[in-house]
Write a protein that binds this ligand. Structure first.
Ligand code: SAJ
Length: 442
């Protein structure tokens, strides 16, 4: 595929590669660089080292293992390494257990505590935000530093972690350059954000379109070759800063749109109008597509990534910041509703339906439902019966089966729209106060 790359207008001042070298490589130079590295066109037989074996790294490592790559998966946790080498998994994701087992049994996936020499490195480590809403890139830096001593001439290093604009060049390429590698020439460095939806990771890893952005043209070309070898979707090549912004733009878009639905739900709630009916009817307009309100926004991506944009340009990121604040305020609004209902009852018993951050997963990261239940418990609003069909056990809350909770409760608080709750019969809610943050029964 021909690459249609935008030029970088003013690379970050701290670039590992000077701005004038980023995207102006001559054709002759490019051909020379091409001759110095392996072809990434067929991924079979490539040696791949994946650093970070979490929700993205492990599915990617096992997928590449089943495609014939020789994969070393690296993680800082000895338990994770031992579990994977045993052919088992430490996270919940449909069909991942089978794929990891098959990759490990065929000898194509080995987990290790330390990186090894490889043709392709994929860094898939967490990029959280700190309490002051500034990005914490320490794990990206540590990952880049850990591979620097084993990276050989001709290798391709890819950052997949969602990162602030500039990270690929200013952190990853810089660490490699500090180890004496000529980045963009001896080693190719690119950004390729993951785009998969938890619960559909293995399908979306292959089917989704991808964007790859190198720190120079030669790096973009190398990364395009590699992803085109196993992705069925289209792979689009740009520069690394554009690719970094694309990922942040995607998740901020979703956050802003969910914030609109959440804001509308609070306004309708106050006005005594059903927000679900308003949205259903408004969405009949051919150019209106309002998303669904909920108890707040959770997960490790949408509630986090927009802050990377806000941190980089607080003056202009006004809408993005406001959306974050609206979504973060929604759990408090829900808590107030529960308190109002509880105050009207002599002995409030509250069935809290769901703890996960979204439907049909067991993932509790940044879950607004967890925050709400914790606050209701702290404020001693009433007796709480916590239901989460996707978990057998929770370290803080005793879990109650749904039927039992519905029998005993006089307030039903719907926090997650799990399929299991959609089966609840209306009669089970008879004469109970219902706070349905997901519009399950409306
Ligand atoms: N939510 C609502 N209302 C809606 C849709 C979602 O309240 O109408 C809530 C969910 O309940 C949840 C949160 O938003 O709490 C996020 O859920 P999600 O399903 O929208 O997204 P994630 O966090 O599971 O995955 C997102 C995806 N990004 C986009 O859809 C733009 C996924 O493709 C990314 O790979 C992932 O973030 C990531 O890792 O960045």
């Amino acid at each position: 595929m021909a690459t249609d790359m935008a030029t970088v207008s003013g690379a970050a001042p701290t670039s590992a590669l000077p701005a004038e070298h980023l995207h102006n490589t001559s054709i002759r130079k490019r051909a020379a660089l091409l001759a110095q590295r392996p072809s990434f066109r067929t991924c079979a037989e490539l040696r791949v080292c994946v650093v970070g074996l979490g929700y993205i790294g492990l599915p990617t490592a096992s997928l590449l293992g089943t495609k014939g790559c020789q994969v070393t998966g690296v993680d800082v946790s000895p338990e994770v390494v031992a579990t994977i080498n045993d052919g088992r998994i430490h996270i919940e994701e449909p069909d991942l257990d089978l794929m990891v087992k098959s990759a490990v049994q065929s000898g194509r996936l080995v987990a290790s505590l330390t990186p090894v020499a490889a043709d392709v490195y994929i860094l898939a480590v967490p990029t959280p935000i700190r309490a002051d809403k500034q990005p914490d890139l320490s794990m990206v830096q540590a990952a880049a530093r850990s591979i620097a001593p084993v990276v050989r001439k001709g290798s391709l290093v890819i950052l997949e972690s969602t990162s602030p604009v500039g990270t690929t060049n200013d952190v990853v390429a810089r660490e490699l350059a500090a180890a004496g590698l000529r980045v963009g020439e001896d080693v190719f460095v690119a950004y390729c954000p993951e785009r998969v939806l938890p619960g559909r990771i293995l399908t979306e890893l292959v089917e989704n379109d991808r964007v790859v952005g190198g720190i120079n043209d030669a790096s973009t070309e190398a990364a395009l070759e590699f992803y085109q070898s196993f992705v069925r979707g289209e792979v689009v090549g740009v520069d690394s800063r554009t690719a970094e912004m694309v990922k942040l733009a995607e998740n901020s878009f979703r956050d802003v749109n969910i914030a609109y639905a959440n804001e509308l739900s609070m306004i309708c709630g106050r006005a005594g109008i059903s927000v679900w009916e308003v949205i259903r009817i408004a969405n009949r307009h051919p150019r209106v597509k309002i998303l669904q309100p909920g108890p707040g926004v959770g997960g490790h991506c949408i509630a986090v990534d927009p802050w990377f944009i806000v941190a980089s340009d607080p003056e202009h990121a006004r809408l993005i910041r406001a959306a974050r604040e609206v979504n973060d305020s929604k759990p408090h609004w829900v808590i107030e509703r529960v308190k109002q209902c509880a105050a009207a009852l002599h002995k409030p018993v509250i069935a809290c339906l769901g703890l996960s951050f979204k439907a049909d997963v067991d993932d509790l990261r940044e879950s607004p439902a967890v925050d709400i239940v914790k606050e209701l418990e702290r404020a001693q609003v009433g007796e709480l019966l916590v239901v989460e069909p996707h978990l057998l056990f929770h370290p803080e809350f005793e879990l109650t089966p749904v039927e039992q909770a519905l029998q005993r409760a006089n307030i039903v608080l719907v926090l997650v729209d799990h399929k299991a709750f959609k089966r609840i019969r209306r009669e089970a809610l008879h004469e109970k106060l219902l706070i349905d943050t997901r519009g399950l029964f409306l």
